[in-house]
Ligand binder design. Structure first.
Ligand SMILES: Cc1ncc(COP(=O)(O)O)c(C=O)c1O
Length: 456
């Protein structure tokens, strides 16, 4: 099955079948599980989705970063088909299988750092972060973890404690596990210290020393955990030297550095892992999302001596590292070895930046254009001088987009960032077509606000 590579709208969006499903869903599924579009998917291929009413969309959401290799990548499908004919589940803690070990070997090799490493597999990003913290505590014998403002690490209780945004993630779910401390991230567009890069000399990273005096003693801290580029927090890209400075502070106090590469991993930022873009070697690197090529899988990869700290039986899970997901992930890594998808991510980033910079010149709504590789975004504001977040306008843009054949997501603590997570296999034509729709959305929303485009 090859879907047409263009947007095709047969009905008003949502179509009648999607509407009927929405009614059933309202009765059957809790309202706490939201969805950003009202369209129900029937099938998908590459960077295109087709809904149950036969409408086709370009996909700039990629299953929130899980589909870097495209929907139904042939290599992933073949790997899963082969495994289907062998066995589905035995539980790796009972009768293990070779693909789990081979995948661990591959990730130990591919993650940054030439030191000996080991990898543990689990089912989801949040579960992986939980395990990374367990392992860091077991190794250091220390309780505390430092996380960042605007961070997102998942929806379980510990990962909610690490996550920053209150509504809708945290509100109503407290109490959360303790010994989690929060410090400002390198969000230069909204610097918590009102400083300017580069004259700030990366004050936000160096300020950790102050945190050790006034908030939590360094000898109590097991790990600092950070996303190399904020995902849900709004695709915030720290300055190039930020993580090197942060790691220097961590090393000085024997504090582990955990990189949450769940959204930044697997080519998204123009390298297999974003840590490579920053020239750092995390003690523990957590990956998930596109690792499984669409199947659920997450990995915790770290220095061998750290990963071996928990005693036998201290780590595990019934479905953790299931055979279908391991085979899919091996196919994902093979594809990265064969094709330079990271280079493609950088090309896609450039295509976006070129257009988005023009949009920023035309419309005051666009406060910031930023990104690394194909992890690109625009932050929308009421005015470029005062930078008040434009949350309502961001919602309207997402709605205009899906009504015109483009699936796209917001992000950010103020829900005012439009982010791009298109599959890296998207063609230039599809990319242009998607950006045309986004431009149409900006034009329409800006016109409504009375913002007339400046000719540039
Ligand atoms: C950076 C980051 N960490 C953790 C998570 C949680 O992953 P999961 O939803 O698989 O639990 C996400 C999910 O969006 C994420 O982007």
């Amino acid at each position: 099955m090859v879907l047409m590579p263009t947007i095709q709208l047969r009905t008003a969006i949502p179509g009648p079948k999607s509407k009927a499903l929405a009614e059933r869903r309202t009765k059957a599924v809790p309202r706490g599980l939201p969805h950003s579009t009202p369209v129900y998917v029937a099938r998908a291929e590459g960077a295109v989705l087709e809904d149950v009413d036969g409408n086709r969309y370009i996909d700039f959401a990629g299953g929130i970063g899980c589909i870097n290799l495209g929907h139904r990548s042939e290599a992933v499908l073949n790997a899963v088909r082969n495994q289907l004919d062998r066995f589905l589940h035995t539980c790796v803690q009972v009768t293990p299988y070779e693909s789990y070990v081979r995948l661990a070997e591959r990730l130990n090799e591919l993650t940054p750092g030439k030191f000996p490493k080991k990898t543990l597999f689990v089912n989801s990003g949040a579960e992986a972060i939980e395990n990374a913290v367990k392992i860091a505590r077991a190794y250091t014998g220390r309780p505390a973890v430092i996380a960042f403002e605007d961070a997102f690490h998942g929806r379980t209780m510990l990962t909610l404690a690490l996550t920053s945004k209150t509504h809708p993630y945290k509100s109503g779910f407290a109490p959360f596990p303790g010994d989690v401390y929060r410090v400002p991230y390198a969000y230069c567009y909204r610097c918590s210290y009102s400083l300017k890069y580069p004259s700030c000399d990366i004050f936000c990273a160096r300020h950790l020393e102050d945190t050790f005096k006034r908030v939590v003693a360094h000898e109590e801290v097991a790990a600092v955990i950070a996303e190399p580029v904020l995902g849900e927090g709004g695709f915030v890209v720290p300055p190039p030297e930020y993580f090197r400075v942060l790691l220097e502070v961590c090393r000085k106090h024997n504090i582990l550095f955990i990189a949450d590469e769940i959204q930044t991993g697997f080519g998204r930022t123009g390298a297999l892992f974003a840590s490579e873009r920053y020239g750092i070697e995390p003690d523990i690197l957590v990956s998930a999302k596109s690792l499984g090529g669409g199947l659920p899988l997450a990995a915790i990869t770290g220095r061998s001596e750290i990963m071996d700290a928990p005693e036998p039986g201290g780590l595990g899970g019934t479905f953790a590292g299931n055979p279908l997901s391991c085979e899919a992930a091996l196919a994902v890594l093979d594809l990265f070895a064969r094709e330079d998808l990271s280079a493609r991510a950088n090309e896609l980033g450039e295509i976006f930046q070129e257009r988005a910079r023009k949009w920023q010149d035309r419309w005051p709504l666009i406060g910031d254009v930023r990104g690394l590789g194909a992890m690109q975004a625009i932050e929308l504001v009421q005015s470029q001088e005062r930078r008040e977040p434009a949350e309502e306008e961001s919602k309207q843009i997402v709605q205009y987009c899906y009504e015109h054949g483009l699936i796209i997501l917001t992000a950010g603590s103020y829900s005012n960032v439009i982010r791009l997570l298109m599959p890296l296999v998207i063609t230039d034509e599809q990319m242009d077509e998607g950006l045309d729709v986004l431009e149409g959305a900006l034009e329409s929303v800006c016109e409504k606000k009375g913002q007339v485009a400046q000719t540039v």
